[in-house]
Design a protein. Structure first.
Length: 590
C-alpha cells in the first residue's frame, strides 16, 4: 500500500515515484494549489496537488484534517526559500499523481499541535492524543528502552519467565486488586503488587538469573508518579553478592542510556549509606545535581535556652539541622513562601538567619532567633555550616523525620529555583538501609523494604536485642532525586526468617497463613539470592522530560484510577454478579 514512510523521504529520493499512506496533518489551499502535510509514525512529508491532475486535485479538495490518505507521486525539490530544516523531508515535496481517501474523519476535538490541552481532554481522546508527535516519540523511546534492557540482560545470562497475574492475596504494603472466582464462590484471586514471591520461588527452582518486564497492580492513593497498574523491570539472581548484583544492574542501566540517549553514565556509580544520605540530604533519594547539604546541629542545641531548638535536640528521635544557601538574595515574601512550603511536611515553622557580617556577632546576623542564641553558639553554627557573608541559613527542629522531610524538600526546591542545580544525570546507589522502621501509630516495627530482606552479616542477633539498629542488605538506585530501582539480598535461611518475623510481631500461625507456600518451598534447598525491581514508567518519563508517567503509558488512568477513554471502572449487570455469588450493598445516601 506504500513504498516509503513520510518522514523517511529526503533528497536521496529525488525524482522517484513513491506511494505514501497516512493522515492529513494540515491542508492548505494556496491560490488553486493544495498543500497537504501527510503524517505517519516517522514524520511529515509535504504533498503538492496541482489542478493539472484534475482527479487527484478534486480528491485533495475534499480532504480535511485527520483524513486517512494514500498518495502516489513524484519526489521533487522544494522551491528555493521554502525548505524546512526541522524536517528530514524538509528539502523535498511530493507532486501528487493520485490521491485516495482511505477513510474520512470527524472533525477532531483539538488540533494535534495544540500544546495547551487539559489532561482530561487528552485522556478522553487518548487515541488522537497518541497521534501527537511528542507522544509518538515517548512510546517509541519506551520501546527502545525495553529492547536495550532485554539485550543487556540476555548478554548477562538472564532469561525471561512469566509469573501469574491471578494469585493469592499477600500483604505487601498496598491494597490488592481482588478478582472474584466463579468456580470457587466466595474466594478471590489478587492481581500481583509485584512478582516478589514468585521470583524467589524461581530461585529455589534453579533458574538463577530471571527477569521479566511485568505489569504490577496496587490499589493505592495516586499522584503524578503512581498508577493502579504500572510496569516493573523485575530481576532476581542466585549465588551473587550485593556488590555483584549492583555491578550487573549498573551495566544494564549504562547500556540503556547509551543505546537510547547516547549518554555515558559514570562507571562505577557512587555509593552512599542510608544514614549518610539522610544526614546530608534529608532524603534516601537525594538529587545530587543540587550541591546544598544539611548540617546537623542536634548536639550543639542541647545546651541552649531557646526552647524550640533545645526541645527538639533533647527529644528521643529529635533533630536540629541547618541548610545553608550561599549568596542567597531572598525577599521576605520568598522566605514566607518557603515557610508555607515546609509546613506541608509537618514543620511548624522555618527559622532562618541572614549572614550580613560574620565578623560581628550577634549584630552582623539578621534574624528573629538571634537574640535567643549565645554568641558562641552562633559562631559554631557559622563554622559548621561554613557560612559566609551574604548567605542565608535555614533551620529545622522537630522529630528527625519531619526535619529531614522538610529541609530535604526545601533543599531541592531552592536548589532548582535559585540556579544551584547542575545539569545532566547523577546516578547513585543508596545502601545499608535499616531493617525496620517504627510505626508510631501501631506501636510496632515494620519492614522498611519487605519481610524477606536479609540483615547484614553480623546483624542477625540485633533482630531481637536492638531491631532499630539492625542494618539490611537492601539497596536503591537513585537518579536525579528519584528512586528508579529498589531491591535487596533475600533471606534464604529459615532461622533468620523466623527472627525477622518475631521482630515484626508476626506469629507462626500468621506467617503460615500469609506466606505459607513461600516458607514451605524455601525449605527445599533455597540458594542465597537477591534482586531488584526498576520502575520502567518512571525511567522513561525522566528520559523524555515528562512531568507525569501518564505521558509514557499508552492508556493510563487518571489520579482517581479511572480510564476516561473506556469509562472504566463501570457497573456490571446483575447476571454477572450472580454468577460470581456477589451482591452489591446499597450506595449510602448523600
Amino acid at each position: 500500500m506504500r513504498t516509503h514512510y513520510c518522514g523517511d523521504l529526503s533528497a536521496a529520493n529525488l525524482d522517484q515515484i513513491v506511494t505514501l499512506a497516512g493522515w492529513a496533518h494540515r491542508r492548505r489551499d494556496h491560490g488553486g494549489v493544495i498543500f497537504i502535510d501527510l503524517r505517519d509514525r516517522e514524520g511529515l512529508a509535504q504533498v503538492v496537488c496541482d489542478p493539472d491532475r484534475a482527479e487527484a486535485f478534486a480528491t485533495a479538495d475534499r480532504a480535511r484534517n485527520e483524513f486517512v490518505l494514500r498518495v502516489k507521486g513524484k519526489v521533487r525539490r522544494r522551491p528555493e526559500g521554502t525548505t524546512n530544516p526541522a524536517l528530514r523531508s524538509g528539502e523535498i515535496e511530493v507532486l501528487a499523481h493520485e490521491v485516495e481517501i482511505l477513510n474520512p474523519s470527524l472533525t477532531p476535538p483539538f488540533q494535534l499541535d495544540d500544546d495547551n490541552l487539559s489532561e482530561s481532554v487528552r485522556l478522553q481522546y487518548r487515541v488522537l492524543d497518541l497521534r501527537r508527535e511528542q507522544m509518538q516519540k515517548n512510546l517509541r523511546l519506551r520501546y527502545k528502552v525495553t529492547m536495550a534492557v532485554r539485550k543487556a540482560l540476555d548478554a548477562l545470562g538472564f532469561i525471561d519467565i512469566e509469573t501469574p497475574m491471578l494469585t493469592r492475596s499477600t500483604p505487601e504494603g498496598a491494597r490488592d486488586y481482588l478478582v472474584p472466582s466463579r468456580v470457587h464462590p466466595g474466594e478471590f484471586f489478587a492481581l500481583p503488587q509485584s512478582p516478589q514471591i514468585f521470583k524467589q520461588l524461581l530461585m529455589v527452582a534453579g533458574f538463577d538469573r530471571y527477569y521479566q518486564i511485568v505489569r504490577c497492580f496496587r490499589d493505592e492513593d495516586l499522584r503524578a508518579d503512581r498508577q493502579p497498574e504500572f510496569t516493573q523491570i523485575d530481576i532476581e539472581t542466585s549465588f551473587l553478592s550485593e556488590d555483584e548484583i549492583r555491578a550487573m544492574m549498573e551495566k544494564m542501566i549504562r547500556a540503556m542510556f547509551k543505546e537510547t540517549l547516547d549518554i555515558d553514565l559514570p562507571d562505577p556509580f557512587p555509593r552512599m549509606t542510608w544514614a549518610e544520605a539522610m544526614g546530608r540530604y534529608g532524603s534516601d533519594k537525594p538529587d545530587l545535581r543540587v550541591p546544598l547539604e544539611l548540617t546537623d546541629l542536634t548536639d550543639l542545641m542541647k545546651s541552649v535556652e531557646f526552647k524550640v531548638f533545645r526541645g527538639a535536640a533533647e527529644m528521643p528521635g529529635g533533630r536540629v539541622a541547618a541548610l545553608r544557601v550561599p549568596g542567597a538574595e531572598l525577599s521576605r515574601k520568598e522566605i514566607d513562601d518557603y515557610t508555607q512550603f515546609v509546613s506541608i511536611y509537618g514543620a511548624k515553622g522555618l527559622a532562618y538567619i541572614k549572614v550580613n557580617d560574620k565578623s560581628k556577632l550577634p549584630e552582623g546576623l539578621q534574624s528573629p532567633i538571634v537574640k535567643f542564641l549565645p554568641a558562641e553558639t552562633l559562631a559554631q553554627v557559622l563554622e559548621r555550616t561554613r557560612a559566609e557573608n551574604g548567605d542565608v541559613i535555614f533551620f529545622g527542629a522537630d522529630k528527625a523525620k519531619i526535619v529531614n522531610d522538610a529541609l530535604g524538600a526545601l533543599r531541592v526546591r531552592v536548589g532548582h529555583e535559585k540556579g544551584y542545580a547542575g545539569k545532566g544525570w547523577r546516578p547513585l546507589w543508596v545502601v545499608d538501609f535499616p531493617m525496620f522502621e517504627y510505626d508510631d501509630e501501631g506501636k510496632r516495627w515494620s519492614a522498611m523494604h519487605h519481610p524477606f530482606t536479609a540483615p547484614k552479616d553480623g546483624h542477625e542477633d540485633l533482630l531481637a536485642s536492638d531491631p532499630g539498629n539492625a542494618i539490611s542488605k537492601g539497596y536503591d538506585m537513585v537518579l536525579n532525586g528519584s528512586e528508579i530501582g529498589g531491591g535487596s539480598v533475600r533471606i534464604h535461611r529459615a532461622d533468620v526468617q523466623a527472627k525477622v518475623f518475631i521482630a515484626l510481631g508476626i506469629s507462626d500461625e500468621e506467617a503460615s497463613a500469609k506466606f505459607g507456600f513461600l516458607l514451605e518451598n524455601l525449605q527445599f534447598g533455597a540458594p542465597p539470592h537477591g534482586g531488584i525491581a526498576f520502575g520502567l514508567d518512571r525511567i522513561v518519563a525522566m528520559m523524555t522530560g515528562a512531568e507525569s508517567i501518564r505521558d509514557v503509558i499508552a492508556f493510563p488512568k487518571t489520579q482517581r484510577a479511572q480510564c476516561l477513554l473506556t469509562h472504566a471502572p463501570s457497573p456490571v449487570d446483575e447476571k454477572q454478579l450472580r454468577e460470581l455469588g456477589l451482591r452489591l450493598r446499597d450506595k449510602p445516601k448523600a
